[in-house]
Ligand binder design. Structure first.
Ligand code: IDP
Ligand code: MG
Length: 152
């Protein structure tokens, strides 16, 4: 068993479409614990750092424009295998390919408007968490329900 932390963003389309609650509910319902949360509007500099792996791709300028166009909700989410748990709960990048039952498969339509971001590995999670949050902003706490999610 490995408890992990990962970065989740409700992207501008999720906030604008009033789907932030739905996204957060699905993560909570999977047993994941929110240990940090804030609303912010990304600067272009921050967007370029967050999506550094995609620099040079054809969709990169549009991606930066989109992710900076309106506020996002950023979260650090914690739980057993949290990186993969979040990725599987989000579904495939292209909502057309995402399985029904996933966030993108149920709520999304277009690859450029896929509602949610989740780190793709433990390494990128650590890097992305550092970009969005200072260590003091990340809380450590127990929930009584956790023993019913993963056992004592
Ligand atoms: P991910 O969000 O599922 O990890 P990535 O491949 O890391 O997907 O791409 C980052 C984001 O860039 C995607 O969530 C999507 O919004 C956007 N994106 C990826 N590929 C395309 C594309 O081919 N056209 C337009 N936008 C794309
Ligand atoms: Mg990615």
């Amino acid at each position: 068993m490995s408890t992990e932390q990962t970065l989740v963003l409700v992207k501008p389309d999720g906030v604008q479409r009033a789907l932030a609650g739905a996204v957060i509910s699905r993560l909570e319902a999977r047993g994941l614990r929110i240990v940090a949360m804030k609303m912010l509007r990304l600067t272009p500099e921050m967007a370029r750092r967050h999506y550094g792996a995609h620099v040079g791709k054809a969709f990169f300028p549009g991606l930066v424009e989109f992710i900076t166009s309106s506020p996002v909700i950023a979260m650090v989410v914690e739980g057993q295998n949290a990186v993969e748990m979040v990725r599987r709960t989000m579904g495939a990048t292209d909502p057309l390919q995402a399985q029904p039952g996933t966030i993108r498969g149920d709520l999304g339509v277009d690859i450029g408007h896929n509602l949610v971001h989740g780190s793709d590995s433990l390494e990128s999670a650590a890097q992305e968490i550092r970009l969005f949050f200072s260590p003091e902003e990340i809380l450590s706490y127990e929930r009584d329900v956790d023993r019913w999610i993963t056992g004592p």
